[in-house]
Design a protein around this ligand. Structure first.
Ligand SMILES: [Zn+2]
Length: 124
């Protein structure tokens, strides 16, 4: 079986990234237990919480991407686009080691992401 060049290096980067995400989520737990009877505080907490939810959503999404990239390394499928099954360029993998799609397919997905962000701006 042919071994992917540099897969172990990508794996190390992905493991570090996973630690980083897990580490940053941990100290946000206190947001969920803080309660206040002050209206201003409550509003502030609500918006903090909203922000925390958004951040957690983003982090859990990143974590999912990192975990599935690690799984693909183990299965020897790393660096193959999930959409069109074309190899993802080394340049792209170096910048985004958890990339699941080639640049072309990612752009199609990003169109949806951008729409979400616009919605978020309207809410904020
Ligand atoms: Zn593709």
């Amino acid at each position: 079986m042919m071994k992917q060049t540099g897969a172990s290096e990508y794996k190390a980067v992905l493991m570090a990234r996973r630690e980083e995400i897990l580490g940053s989520s941990r100290h946000r737990e206190d947001i969920w237990i803080v309660q206040s009877h002050d209206l201003i505080d409550t509003i502030q907490l609500a918006s903090d919480r909203e922000f925390a939810i958004r951040t957690l959503e983003r982090e859990s999404k990143s974590l999912m991407q990192v975990n599935s990239a690690l799984k693909r390394i183990d299965h020897g499928e790393f660096g193959i686009c999930l959409e069109c099954e074309e190899p993802i360029s080394d340049k792209r993998l170096t910048a985004v080691p958890w990339a699941a799609y080639c640049l072309h397919c990612q752009e199609l997905h990003d169109t949806h992401e951008t729409a979400d962000d616009h919605e978020l701006q309207l809410v904020g």
